[in-house]
Design a protein around this ligand. Sequence first.
Ligand code: MN
Length: 148
Amino acid sequence: MEPGGTQDGGGAEGDGATILIVEDNALNLKLFSDLLRAHGYAVEGLADGREALDRARALRPDLIVTDIQLPHISGLELIERIKADPDLAAVPIMAVTAYAGRSDEERVRAAGAEAYVSKPISVVRFVAEVRGLLALAQGSANPPVRRE
Ligand code: MN
């Protein structure tokens, strides 16, 4: 059952967007999934980053949220592989990592991620970044054409 109290003003906030989450920590995966589902997004979670490329190709998510510290493939490598795949390169990526240092953020962005959120996450910032990335992606799918 929906809590109901936040339904009045928002409409369909998630707007049917599908988000693939790659996170090996079960508690974090549940936290991110519950949070995004509560905001109306369709969510699929993966604990094993080695499955992420195949899942992303099949699912065609609107956004990928990935941990950086993954056991079998680093999140940085995963981001680079996604961005190197012509079918997936346009999918925005939000990296979530326990590191908060400036150089870590630079590495994440250099790998190709569009956003970076450090753990422990701020719920407000997490959702705001997701919204921003999806809005940007929707905007670029219909770019304004100004030829005059
Ligand atoms: Mn991890």
